[in-house]
Design a protein around this ligand. Sequence first.
Ligand code: HEC
Length: 144
Amino acid sequence: MAFSPSGVLYVATGDGGIFRINDGAKSRDKAAAGRQIYRQHCASCHGAKLEGQPNWRVRKPNGRLPAPPHDETGHTWHHTDDVLFGITKKGIAGFASPGYESDMPAYKDILTDEQIWAVLAFIKSRWSEEIQARHKARGAGNGG
Ligand code: HEC
């Protein structure tokens, strides 16, 4: 880890990548913690590099969707922070039509609210500045 005078933090991700966090110490710490949580709880489905599962737009034989990417190629960044938080905490059910079946687990008994915000901060820290700006422009940059 290295700090530049401007407070920008570059973190080696261990998979050959580097991500940059540039909005203050609080979100830096949160994103670093979130990375561990992501690896432990999300990477098995959403991918070590946030790439999602192969053919994630195509339903599986059981009718359920594969896990989508959380990088810029997915639609995670189209959702507000509150929706992302809600999906992670409660699962997809509350955000889909009744009876919708999904493999996305609810983390309400597994992660604290703080841990959920941390993992979302990590995911967001992997987006380019442009996508982060577009996410904010959607009124989505609250809370995280
Ligand atoms: C067991 C596999 C699995 C794990 C583990 C998992 N997810 Fe998911 N996730 C999914 C699937 C499958 C979907 C798509 C669900 C659907 O649309 O039916 C999804 C969807 C999502 C979405 C909605 C994305 C969008 O663009 O609509 C978010 C946000 C999300 N997951 C966050 C997380 C986070 C954060 C973690 C770790 C704390 C996690 N997921 C762990 C399978 C998983």
